[in-house]
Ligand binder design. Structure first.
Ligand SMILES: Cc1cc2nc3c(=O)[nH]c(=O)nc-3n(C[C@H](O)[C@H](O)[C@H](O)COP(=O)(O)O)c2cc1C
Length: 204
């Protein structure tokens, strides 16, 4: 049975989009059917236009579909990816999560396998807290959290965050140590798909 993997991200300047692309690559390589979805942008144009990198990224990703409740219901497993906003997930991602009260109340979000990525400008800019914040919500939903752990050596090369792969993003909005972060992100998603698949096989 093919695992249905949803990758849902928010990105202003492209780092979390890149993480989402790596997730897609690894998910497909592991045999999953993958949907990549961005969450709805909520910032006004005046804010987006004040940062050329933000405007450029918004324009470049127009064709990516916006995540919906149906995407969540479709998925067997989910990758969330959000930048740090003062140590919490981006409000755009939180808004998407907060719109899922109906599905949550009907128990439709439970038993999905979930993992998370994050990013910040500084190596300790809140990446761990962002992932933990996402995992807190996932516990309320009754999902099965699959953290990176120290299962793959790639975690060490990417900064050693066992909660989930996190990126440090420089002033040019590039991921620092990108090659190693990519490997860690992909290993995390491969494991997510493998664990989801084993569960799906056992429960059908
Ligand atoms: C409102 C705001 C708050 C932020 N807070 C922090 C922070 O506290 N620490 C930090 O290192 N980076 C912080 N950042 C930087 C972002 O985390 C960084 O630009 C982001 O991770 C890049 O990801 P993206 O390219 O996917 O948007 C903040 C950025 C914004 C716009």
């Amino acid at each position: 049975m093919q695992t249905k993997l949803l990758v849902v991200y928010y990105s202003s300047t492209g780092a979390n989009y890149q993480l989402a692309e790596w997730a897609k690559e690894a998910g497909e390589a592991a045999g999953a059917e993958v949907r990549v979805r961005k969450v709805q942008e909520l910032a006004p144009d005046v804010a987006i236009d004040s940062n050329p990198a933000w405007r450029k990224h918004v324009d470049a990703t127009q064709s990516i579909e916006v995540a919906t409740t149906e995407d969540l219901l479709w998925a067997d497993s989910i990758v969330f990816s959000s930048p740090s906003r003062f140590g919490t997930m981006a409000s755009q991602m939180k808004q998407f999560i907060d719109l899922q009260g109906g599905a949550w109340a009907q128990g439709k979000l439970a038993n999905k396998f979930v993992t998370a990525f994050s990013s910040a400008q500084n190596p300790n800019g809140g990446q761990e807290q962002v992932i933990q914040g996402i995992y807190t919500v996932m516990q309320h939903w009754g999902t099965v959290i699959v953290p990176a752990g120290y299962v793959n050596m790639s975690t060490f090369g990417a900064g050693g965050n066992p909660y989930g792969t996190s990126a440090t993003v420089n002033q040019e909005a590039e991921i620092v140590n990108a090659e190693q972060v990519a490997v860690a992100a992909k290993d995390q998603v491969t494991r997510l798909v493998q664990i989801t698949e084993a569960y799906l096989k056992g429960s059908n």
